[in-house]
Structure formats: structure tokens, C-alpha cells
Write a protein of this length. Structure first.
Lengths: 306, 194
């Protein structure tokens, strides 16, 4: 009998502990996890390739920092490497620390934020791609969002931020000025991710399949002749590129856009010679905390460039 | 039926209240040295020096988790394992050379021998302290969903580990540093102690 009490006590303790527990690991995985890839393998593999491409660029920029004599030549060289990856994308999600160990070690908080946020991106796609009863989609996405925000240690805020969050610092815009094609490649990644959500808003499975195909095809057009082929003047924003999705799930676009802006901020920190090498880690940490802060750079005009 | 439900609720409520021992265990975690200097002794005098400084933040759990292991049938002798996790404030760091690696949490694995000890050579407490870098949600030591959810089995790439056998002086012993998965044994650098 005493053992039964002990078991109940332990269950009670663990249940109570869980409420205070913050995990970087999404555990247990949602039942839909990675089902998007079974339905749309080409799009899923591209998403895996983006992770690979991002990590590769960051590691190279960190390794070559201060020694880049000819940015245009480096850009061309790395772009050709990335195109190989995009055309032969991985079948599994690659661990960033295996591709970019120095980047991961230098930006530990930022990488934790990205990892957690990317899981939300992925699982929202999974739910939207494979849920048969479409009436249950909003509830499932709300559940994912609730789980996401419960991990306060690594959740990027869903509150919308002004573009000053991305562009209002002493190191801002250096990446896009130094490596315009790289920058457009990364904005094309962001565009692709956002457009997939919009495609999956279609009512019928047939229409969703068609729209995803179109998004994949349009993505390749964007990359066909960089920088001319990707005519983005500003970073693609969720509310503008995926208006149906943004209206249906108003609590999500802010978190996704803030994630994308933080990627650009990391790129700028890595390239700007105004950031001393021994300050990189600290600046990465500081900007990650800003990304988490719902009050910092708060915007009342969600999803608009201003 | 209602009586049973009420009784179970009472049990759950009881589990949530801190016991005196849990308060002691939490206090042990909070009393760990807030800073220390260490040395990895290497040949030729090229020693690797490192240190840490930390500010204690919130505890992850309401109370430490504990488990009692009975040593007799009357429950007079037992020892108890306990675990606690405490978040550390921003600015807490391991300093290795010019590098400041952010410390994110303190993980304590402890053993309470007070009811079972029969010699002064057995310490009242054995505290195994991990000062963990880069794990902001303090998920480790292991990935709870591994291998199904990918990644590595172990989560912590960088930490300082030591044992404490006397909480009155909190002297670090059996010191080890894991730096980006590579581990070194170390000694306390007394000459630089604060």
C-alpha cells in the first residue's frame, strides 16, 4: 500500500514539475511530426538543405572573418557549393553542430532559439499538410503554439517587431551590402517557408498539392540567376506573403518573422568589421535576448515594413 | 468513490508540499561556490587555467526530486538520492583564456547518508555538481526523446563538474572540465581563490 502512495506521490511531483520545466527538446514529439516530408518529400528535403546551407555560410563567414579580400569571389564560390546541396538535398535533418561547430559554439543562445523555432515551423507544416479533418487544424496549431511558448527559456516572442530590430544597429545591413546574392538566397529560403503555409491553407488536398508544387517551382525560378532573379527589396514577411495564413493564425507570423530577422542579424554580426571578434559572442547573446523580449522594438503594424 | 478521490487528492497535495529534507537539499544547491579558479596541470608548465562566476536564478522545479533507498525493514536506515536544477542568470560564465562561455544552469545530483552512516569517514552528503554551459532550458544530461527525436544522446557539450563532500566548506573535489566534448581533469587553484 505504501508503494502505491509512493507512486502516486512521484506522479504528482513529476506532473507538478512538468509545469515548471523548460525543454529544448520537443518531447514527446507531436504525432504528426515530420509527416510533411512523407507527403511532400521535395519540399521537405529543401527545408533540410536550407539548414545545411545556413550553417555552411555561417561557419565559412566565421572562419574567414577578417580575411575576406574579395567578397564577390567568396560569394560565388560558396553559392556554387550551396547550389550543389540544394540540388542534392539531404534526406534527414542534419545536426548543425556537425556542419558548423564553431558557429554553434559561438552563438549558443541564438542556435537554441533557432532550433526551438524551427521545430514549431516544422510541426505546423506537418499538421497543415496531413490533417484529414481540416476543422481540427486550428486547435492542433494552437496546441503546438502553446507548447512552443511554454519553453520561455528559448522561445522567440510572437509579438511583432519593427524592422529596426533587424536594421537599426551599428552593424546592420553589412551582410546584404557585402554579399547581395547570398542575402537574396536567404530571403528566398524565408519566402519559400512562408509560402508553404499559404499553399497549405487551400481547402482541398488536390489544391494543396498543386500549390506546394507551384511554390517549389517558383523557388527554383528565384534562384535561377541571382541576384537578378530574386527581386526582393526587403525581407519577405509572413503577413504579406501568406495573408490567409496570417489571418487564420494571427499569433504565429510574429514569431516566424522575428526568427527570420534574427538570422539576418547573425549574418550582419558575422560580416561587420564594426563588431570586434571578441564581441561576437556577446552581441549574438544580446540580440537573441532582444528577439525573446516582447516589448523590444514592438510594432503595432504586424507584418508590414516600416 | 468520492472518498477515494478525496484521499488521492490529499496524497497529491502532500507530494507538493516541501519536506524539511527537500528544503535542505535546495539550500545545498544554492550554497555552491559562486566562483572558483581551476587549473589543468599540463607538462612543460603550459597549464590550462579556467574559472567560473555565476549568479543564481530561479529553480526549475518547485522542490528537488528525491528518492529514498531503504537499508533495513524498519526504515530506520536509508540513504536518499536527490536531484535539483537551478537556472543561472545572464552574465554567468566559464572563462577559458579570452573566451567567456555562458553558464546556463546548475545541476545537482546528491546523496544523503545521514541516517545510514556509522563512521566519520562517510560524508553526510555527497554532492555532484555540474555547472552547465549552453543548455538554456537545462534539458540535460540526456536528450529525453533520444534516439526517436534525433540529435545526440548527451546534451551538454561544455560543463564544469566537481564533487563536494563537506557542505560546510563546499570544497570542490574530483574536478573535471568538459569543453566542446573534450574532457580534462583539473585541480582547484587555491592561490587564486577569492
Amino acid at each position: 500500500m505504501k508503494n502505491i502512495f509512493a507512486i502516486f506521490s512521484l506522479v504528482g511531483m513529476l506532473a507538478h514539475s512538468q509545469a515548471l520545466h523548460a525543454e529544448i527538446v520537443w518531447y514527446p514529439l507531436p504525432p504528426e511530426a515530420y509527416s510533411f516530408g512523407k507527403k511532400y518529400p521535395d519540399a521537405q528535403r529543401l527545408l533540410f538543405a536550407f539548414d545545411y546551407g545556413h550553417a555552411l555560410v555561417y561557419e565559412r563567414l566565421l572562419a574567414d572573418r577578417g580575411n575576406i579580400k574579395d567578397p564577390a569571389k567568396l560569394e560565388k564560390e560558396i553559392l556554387s557549393q550551396i547550389m550543389v546541396i540544394l540540388k542534392n538535398p539531404p534526406n534527414i535533418k542534419v545536426d548543425e553542430s556537425d556542419i558548423a561547430p564553431n558557429y554553434v559554439f559561438t552563438f549558443p543562445l541564438t542556435v537554441s532559439l533557432f532550433d526551438w523555432s524551427h521545430m514549431l515551423h516544422q510541426f505546423v507544416l506537418d499538421v497543415m499538410a496531413t490533417t484529414k479533418d481540416r476543422r481540427t487544424v486550428p486547435k492542433r496549431i494552437e496546441e503546438l503554439l502553446e507548447k512552443y511558448h511554454s519553453n520561455t527559456r528559448v522561445a522567440i516572442t510572437g509579438a511583432c517587431k519593427t524592422m529596426d530590430f533587424m536594421d537599426g544597429h551599428y552593424f546592420s545591413k553589412t551582410f546584404r551590402q557585402t554579399f547581395p546574392s547570398f542575402n537574396l538566397l536567404i530571403w528566398s529560403y524565408h519566402w519559400f517557408q512562408i509560402k508553404l503555409y499559404e499553399a497549405l491553407m487551400e481547402q482541398t488536398e488536390e489544391d494543396r498539392d498543386d500549390e506546394v508544387k507551384k511554390v517549389v517551382a517558383q523557388f527554383w525560378k528565384l534562384l535561377s540567376d541571382l541576384p537578378k532573379s530574386a527581386p526582393f527589396e526587403m525581407m519577405p514577411m509572413t503577413a504579406m506573403e501568406a495573408p490567409m495564413f496570417a489571418i487564420a493564425f494571427p499569433n504565429i507570423p510574429g514569431a516566424f518573422d522575428n526568427n527570420h530577422m534574427l538570422h539576418d542579424i547573425v549574418s550582419d554580426i558575422l560580416v561587420s568589421d564594426k563588431v570586434a571578434s571578441d564581441k561576437i559572442r556577446g552581441e549574438g547573446f544580446r540580440m537573441a535576448r532582444v528577439a525573446q523580449d516582447p516589448e523590444a522594438y514592438k510594432s503595432e503594424m504586424c507584418g508590414r515594413h516600416h | 468513490m468520492m472518498t477515494k478521490v478525496f484521499f488521492l487528492l490529499m496524497v497529491f497535495n502532500g507530494a507538493w508540499a516541501s519536506t524539511p529534507d527537500e528544503t535542505v537539499y535546495r539550500q545545498l544547491a544554492l550554497n555552491v561556490r559562486k566562483e572558483a579558479n581551476f587549473k589543468v596541470p599540463l607538462p612543460n608548465g603550459q597549464n590550462l587555467m579556467f574559472s567560473y562566476a555565476m549568479q543564481i536564478g530561479k529553480a526549475m522545479w518547485l522542490d528537488p526530486i528525491s528518492y529514498t533507498f531503504p537499508l533495513d525493514f524498519e526504515n530506520k536506515k536509508f540513504y536518499r538520492h536527490f536531484w535539483d536544477k537551478i537556472f543561472l542568470e545572464d552574465g554567468s560564465a566559464i572563462k577559458i583564456g579570452n573566451e567567456n562561455v555562458p553558464l546556463t544552469c546548475l545541476y545537482l545530483e546528491g546523496q544523503d547518508n545521514r541516517s545510514s552512516k556509522d563512521t566519520p569517514l562517510t560524508p553526510d552528503f555527497v554532492l555532484k555538481i555540474y555547472l552547465v554551459a549552453n543548455d538554456f532550458p537545462c534539458t540535460g544530461p540526456v536528450n529525453p526523446g533520444w534516439p526517436a527525436n534525433g540529435g545526440k544522446k548527451e546534451i551538454w557539450d561544455t560543463y564544469i563538474y566537481y564533487e563536494i563532500r563537506d557542505p560546510t566548506i563546499m570544497l570542490p573535489m574530483e574536478i573535471k572540465i568538459r569543453h566542446r566534448w573534450v574532457e580534462f581533469s583539473a585541480t582547484l587553484e587555491l592561490s587564486r581563490e577569492q
